[in-house]
Design a binder for this molecule. Structure first.
Ligand code: FAD
Length: 431
């Protein structure tokens, strides 16, 4: 990838101590944390707003951040919830933890501005210049053309691991047996719904089965997945299913978007015609981009396994925690496999999952941390990714002194995360 670009011919458009690429839940929290810790931080994002799947993918709600009734993800995630709540943009945990994506964009802007994060929006990472285990520069593409950005520590928050992959890191795509990733889903919302008239979920799914049998719907998903939102008369659907597509390939992403929109049209016609409560409803919005559950995973100094997750394993270098189930939507078609942790338990994500093997100045702050396909299906949810991001940001600032992400004192990182309000197993007051 770096060979395709003559970096020396590019203007250096920006330079920072910490360069975070990708402003989704992980990258946003990494950038804010790094800046709050005192690093001169630049956040590069391809869209004109932050939030990643939470905004551009219209993904909702926040999946669980509790174990045994206690919160196991706090810190920046909790601060984001508080800010959303203060603006009326969060339903609270008892109503399923729905949040308002538009307000999240504003909260993300505020957090960056207050922390002093320098933003570079409408800027796509296009290539990476890496030699001898160090990322030297990145090339970006956007309205200003091709430009270079220089930094000391680089943080990959792209979700897909673009930065790490193009730097030459060891990456895996999808499950081991055939390389297939979890399906993509284009989320959409219906407005003008009479919520009180919607039948129980099983009844909606029975109507859906009948429509599938009649050949009116050819979505391979086994049922209709929908959620209520922070607004009246509105229903959120996470129910299209696009299988066997590679989210790191532009042509396949194009096919996926087109196929997903076709499925949305079928679903909307079905809902209005068949499901009580939707008679007067309309398609309010399809997400700006199709939702990507899984793509690359970047192999690091430790690979978190499905067994680690299901055994709720703890690690001396744990920097974030998760309690969400192993949740694998069939990469090849119908069906979803869910395996839960023991009740009340949570697992640790070790710092070593954030450090790509063979790179000194690169950290991962996204769902693409080092893990297997099953562990990824658990840690990918937004609260966990935010906790990973916060840890990556603090670690990036600490790594500036040595210029090496392995040169930091991990015990000090964990202690600092606790001081910031994060929940770390064995250290936090609420443990
Ligand atoms: C359909 C679907 C349903 C889901 N349901 C839930 C749910 O109910 N609850 C839950 O908590 N989680 C859910 N998830 C998981 C969750 O949304 C994601 O795993 C999470 O958002 C990952 O965060 P991230 O920061 O790693 O990546 P993303 O959210 O993907 O953010 C990556 C960011 O990087 C930017 N970027 C990417 N490539 C580049 C590049 N080359 N240059 C510049 N910028 C780039 C993107 O624009 C984006 O802003 C769901 C996911 C999907 C797809």
């Amino acid at each position: 990838m770096s060979d395709a670009v003559n970096f020396d011919a590019l203007d250096v458009a920006a330079q920072a101590e910490v360069v975070v690429v990708g402003g989704g839940p992980g990258g946003l929290c990494a950038a804010v944390a790094a800046a709050e810790e005192g690093a001169d931080t630049l956040l590069v994002e391809r869209y004109g707003f932050l939030g990643g799947m939470a905004t551009a993918g219209l993904v909702n709600p926040f999946m669980t951040w509790h174990a045994g009734g206690r919160p196991i993800i706090r810190g920046l995630f909790e601060r984001i919830l508080d800010r959303l709540d203060a603006e009326g943009g969060w339903s609270g945990p008892r109503q399923g933890s729905a949040f308002d994506a538009e307000l999240l964009k504003l909260v993300a802007d505020d957090l960056c501005r207050e922390a002093g994060v320098r933003l570079r929006l409408h800027t796509l990472l296009a290539a990476v210049d890496a030699t001898d285990g160090r990322v030297r520069r990145i090339a970006t593409a956007g309205k200003s053309g091709l430009q270079a950005v220089a930094g000391e520590i680089f943080v990959d928050g792209t979700g897909d691991g673009d930065l790490a992959a193009w730097a030459g890191a060891d990456v895996r795509l999808g499950r081991d047996e055939d390389g297939l990733s979890q399906p993509m889903t284009l989320c959409f919302r219906m407005l003008g719904v009479n919520l009180d008239a919607i039948p129980p979920r099983a009844e909606v799914s029975a109507l859906y089965d009948a429509a599938r049998e009649r050949g009116e719907i050819d979505n391979p998903r086994e049922n209709v997945l929908f959620f209520f939102t922070t607004h009246d008369h509105e229903v959120h659907f996470n129910t299209t299913r696009i299988v066997k597509r590679d989210a790191t390939d532009a042509e396949e992403m194009t096919e996926a978007e087109l196929e997903a929109r076709r499925q949305v049209r079928q679903m909307v016609r079905f809902l209005i015609a068949e499901v009580p409560g939707f008679e007067g409803a309309w398609l309010q919005e399809m997400a700006p981009q199709i939702g990507v559950r899984e793509s690359r995973r970047v192999m690091g100094d430790y690979v978190l396994t499905t067994e680690d997750v299901l055994a709720a394993r703890k690690f001396d270098d744990g920097i974030a925690r998760g309690s969400y189930a192993v949740d694998i939507h069939n990469p090849a078609g119908t069906g979803t496999v869910i395996k839960r942790l023991p009740p009340g338990e949570a697992y640790d994500i070790p710092y070593r999952c954030l450090t790509p093997a063979g790179f000194d100045n690169l950290l991962i702050a996204a769902r693409c941390v080092s893990c297997d396909h099953g562990a990824h299906s658990s840690l990918r949810v937004m609260p966990i990714v935010m906790a990973i991001g916060e840890a990556a940001g603090v670690a990036a600032q600490m790594a500036l002194a040595a210029g090496d992400v392995r040169g930091i004192d991990v015990a000090a990182l964990r202690a600092r995360l606790v001081e910031r309000g994060a929940s770390i197993y064995g250290l936090s007051r609420d443990e």
